[in-house]
Design a binder for this molecule. Sequence first.
Ligand code: ATP
Length: 884
Amino acid sequence: MKIHALTTKEVFRSLVTSGQGLSEEETERRLHEFGLNEISEVKRKNLPARLLDQFTHFLALVLLFAAGLSFLSEYLRPGEGMLTLGIAILAVVFINALFTFIQEYRAEKALDALKKLLPFFVTVIRQGRERELPARHVVPGDLILLTEGCKVPADARLITTADLKVNHAPLTGESEPVLRNHEPYQGEFAESPNIVFAGTTVVSGSGKAIAFATGMGTEFGRIAHLTSSIDAGLSPLQKELAKATRIAAGIAAAVGLFFFVLGFLIGRSFWDNFIFGVGITVALIPEGMLPTVTLALAMGSQRMAKRKALIKTLTSVETLGSVTVICTDKTGTLTQNDMTATTVWADNSICEISDTLPEAAQDVMRAALLCNNARVIDGNYKGDPTETALLKAARKVLDDMPAERLFEIPFDADRKMMTTVNTVAGRCFIFSKGALEKILSLCTHILIQGSRQTLDENNRKHVFETYHALMDKGLRVLAFAQKRPENQGPKDSWNKEIETNMTFLGLIGLHDPPRPEVPEAVEKCRQAGIRIIMITGDAGRTAAAIAREINLVHGAPFVIEGQELEQMSDGTLRKTLSEQETIFARMAPKHKMRVVSLLKEEGEVVAVTGDGVNDAPALRKADIGISMGIAGTDVAKEASDIVLLDDNFATIVNAVEEGRTVYENIKKFLTYILASNIPEAVPYLAYILLRIPLPLTIMQILAVDLGTDMLPALALASEKPTPGIMKKPPRKRTERLLSAPLIARAYLFLGPIEAVACMFGFFWVLAGSGWAWGTATVLNDPLYIQATTACLTAIIITQTANVFACRSRDESFFSTGFFSNRLIFLGIAVELLLQLFIVYHPLGNRIFSTAPLSPEAWLVLVPFAFVLFFAEETRKFIFRRMKT
Ligand code: ATP
């Protein structure tokens, strides 16, 4: 018989388990037999294959073709230097491939490590006790508890259900939730309503189910096996850079071709022109730029993880930096989610919750105890913090009572209430709890001095006055009602209609203090030009009181409640948002979605927090969806881009700071790398236009691009956040990474200074030995070799100063903290060692066609580093003055 057609008893028998769940020994055994409950990852390409990929992309193929041509010409016309060129080009391809491969590998490893930080837990019953364990440890036969928002860990057969609705979208693409039940079903297995599948999520209600397939044995596992892994895709920044790299490569090729043709016009030989054209193309291609950016993003996400923000997609790192509005909920994010029920109001009297309470207050506590889904597992309270606080308070006040839950209409963020049917000492009670407006609208009576009296206008007024007074203290207030059904009809017919003619019992106030770090984070956002909009399910007055406590608002903010929002046109809402400090209270998830959409239409970059199932659409809609790692449901975590491991608002602000830093750092190292392109290109121009010997060889250019520049660039990528970074307004959506000011600074200011230095070095050495204009030099002339060495040395020396200049765009080096980035010094040390090797070691001399320089040469070149450094300081000074 198929599992869906069996009765509960038969299910237990066929999976050799019971209502008490499996024993620990048995689960051990089954874990051994069936393996961990996980989908084995679709195999990535193996390392050699991935390394090979680096040689087969377009750019690599072009270069390999050029190398092939060089070898061919060496064969046809030996001794013209084509062999060196061929080898040099091959070296470029190899070094670039290896570098890209290593960077990507490291970035990938970093992201894998981050993924592991987010385990996925489930609650099961084993040996009669509830246990929370990682979903990977679920075995066939396990009795799983399903609650709203959780992800189903295995294919399982339901044995009890309470209004259980499941979203099958991951399996079928159908996003409408489907109602499940636990009755045996005689139809097709795939359509059976008593089966839940791994990977789907519980949208509402609750239930218990017995797992019958785990890991690759589940439906999801089978599908995963068929499809390949989802391509993470490139982030907009990476796309922008890939485009920039392609454009740069295109320009390089065009420039190469231009010089090739120009050479003919001025009467050079074909091979001279060929070497030259290929050389300049290779020199201008920005090798290594893309992988360095990827690595910078990955390093950024690692730093964010250390600060408790887990980035799920690399894209988010940069988007975070441009956030202009944060829509945040209150409970748990701005507040500690450490609730304590402090006050109870019943029968016209208010009291602090203590061991001895008047009878009317005890009635309220009884409703709080029984209309409650929090549980005590191994002495620890588990469940929703509101309910946990109520359970704790009620257990303190009430004696144990024989009670049983018969039926439940679960809590729903739209209805803002829940209802249960219980028997207490053999008598049937219906209890409801939730937002006062909802509860009171269901009540016709109120309990006064132990008797049930009609609820009149006076009573209502009084209830609301107390409610407002409690909320103004920042308390979260829940209302309670009950009913003693005379004749409720059969259980099958129970539904929301049982929530009528109820008797109002009273209110409980819960205290949830703000997180201590939040006021500072709020201030930081204010300085950073980021607006914070509170969107909470809680009531307006509580929200406003908390907002005042954390300095989010001063005085009386404009509070819009859910119902008002529904009446409001988009135009009015827009106007209100732009003119006033606004708080959104009593918001249902659909309202949140509307606010987010509107803000996005206004051109804002919106980050939104959410924890519930219904928050998923808003999390997806936002530019950055942020879910809560502790209190969030699996659904919210899946829909979000970032998971806050500590649920803390201040963490969002830290992540924004990191996001801004990553972006700034990428700009810093791009300026650094691009600047050296100019002193690399000018010697070639001079060679053609001034008809002088070639001042810099291709190998020497590569020594800079793929050697000495690399580590300092990486060091710039790991700069710490600068003090002013959260004092600037967010960057504009339209701002490009390779912006005009960046290109101007690199190409028209820093680059030219370096170019002057390198050309000066070249001529200084040549002139010192009596060289005159128009004199031909031979390639192996020691004088010529020394002159090119001086040219190369000048570039490296000025780049050393440039690292310091690039640490900040506007701030003086002297205010950036000399030792705040030690990697810079390591980078420079390696750069200089490499340079010494190139200039003084025989092997370096052989590879790069260099010769040792005299001490005077250094004395002549080093001042250029100071020239560059102080020119930048002056520019920054003028820039700062102009800004103020
Ligand atoms: P935020 O959206 O800022 O996190 P919240 O957690 O208060 O705020 P919801 O959980 O949607 O938002 O709660 C909204 C309202 O629903 C609460 O103010 C309360 O009146 C009611 N409520 C919350 N939890 C429960 C519950 N477990 N049972 C009954 N009613 C509840």
